[in-house]
Design a protein around this ligand. Structure first.
Ligand SMILES: Nc1ncnc2c1ncn2[C@@H]1O[C@H](COP(=O)(O)OP(=O)(O)OP(=O)(O)O)[C@@H](O)[C@H]1O
Ligand SMILES: [Mg+2]
Length: 317
């Protein structure tokens, strides 16, 4: 059994009447990259900020390497680093000064701070921006400064809150590879994201959170295997399908789940290639015009849909 880095038990966080997180139980293991996947407002940042001792739990507790965020906040803060979703400059408002200050706070000497800050800034393409004012930086550049803090600090537990949401594709790949390097060098990583591609590329395990509750947990391939059947049939149709026809398709496909939205029928089945022929036969008999057909392996997007009944792109803001 792996050692637990973060133990979350019965964690509830309310803001007034808003229940941001509603009874979360979760272990993040030492040495893993854990992806926290969920749409806007699902409670990711609230959870990460509570792990980082910025918020206090309303109920329940979180332990980081055995230290409670409510009772041993100082010990927790020594082990963690967090790159916030919304970076803000402190009173130091030039990226170079900010990062040198950060490097010294986390224990580097002045000489080492200058060296490590320069290395990381050059790698992330930040060196040319080192003396600009924080307010003059683009959103993506600000985000890179925020992420640079963790690449400098290399904390035991590194928490990234939507690290690549504003970054261009090349920089995304660079950041992913640096996060993996950090992990290989000994940091446990938690990454919050609403991007299934990012979650899949990066994470050893993924937790799907929706409306403050954990809906599913496992490695990306384990999550895909949790969808019964393992194949997805998608049929785009034109016009109306009667309830009777839908029931016939459901029976013929032996599917546990059939969804129809925006003119697309979606069925989770075994042996998709064979079943799709049956579905087409029924639709033809019912005079429903078929526009396109696809049989697919589930993606994490599908897994998300299966467990929540919601589409990530619909609930994304
Ligand atoms: N400081 C706060 N005061 C009041 N409500 C808050 C506060 N922070 C978060 N919330 C609410 O708690 C819920 C969860 O928000 P949270 O920021 O944790 O979601 P998230 O999963 O990080 O979303 P996103 O993908 O948009 O970053 C939302 O309904 C949000 O409006
Ligand atoms: Mg957030």
């Amino acid at each position: 059994m792996s050692r637990v880095a973060v133990r979350i038990r019965d964690f509830v966080k309310k803001f007034g009447n808003v229940v941001a997180v509603n009874g979360l139980n979760l272990d993040v293991f030492d040495g893993e990259i854990f992806g926290f996947l969920g749409p806007n407002g699902s409670g990711k940042s609230t959870t990460l900020l509570t792990i980082a001792t910025v918020y206090k739990p309303t109920r329940g507790d979180i332990e980081v390497y055995g230290f409670s965020v409510t009772r041993n906040g100082d010990a927790v803060r020594k082990l963690i680093g967090i790159a916030f979703q919304e970076p803000k400059a402190l009173w130091v408002d030039k990226p170079y000064e900010l990062l040198v200050w950060h490097a010294m706070v986390v224990g580097y000497s002045l000489i080492d701070s200058r060296r490590v800050v320069r290395d990381v800034m050059e790698e992330l393409g930040l060196w040319e921006h080192r003396n600009k004012l924080f307010s003059e930086l683009s959103g993506g550049t600000r985000k890179k400064v925020e992420i640079a803090k963790l690449f400098i600090q290399k904390p035991k537990l590194a928490i990234f809150d939507e690290p690549t949401a504003q970054l261009d594709v090349t920089t995304k790949h660079l950041v992913w590879s640096k996060i993996r390097d950090m992990n290989r060098e000994g940091s446990t990583i938690i990454v919050a994201t609403n991007d299934t591609f990012e979650a899949e590329r990066l994470s050893d395990r993924v937790g799907i959170i929706y409306r403050g509750t954990l809906k599913a947990l496992g490695s990306p391939s384990e999550l895909k295997d949790m969808i019964p059947g393992g194949d997805i049939i998608e049929i785009r149709v034109e016009g109306f399908i009667s309830g009777n026809a839908l029931r016939k398709i459901e029976d013929a496909l032996e599917t546990k789940r059939l969804d129809l939205s925006n003119g697309t029928l979606k069925a989770y089945v075994n042996r998709g290639e064979e079943k799709v022929a049956l579905a087409l036969e029924i639709l033809m008999r019912e005079n429903v015009k078929v526009r396109s057909v696809a049989v697919k392996e589930p993606s994490l997007d599908e897994v998300f849909f299966y467990f929540t009944g919601a589409k990530l792109e619909e609930v994304r803001g």
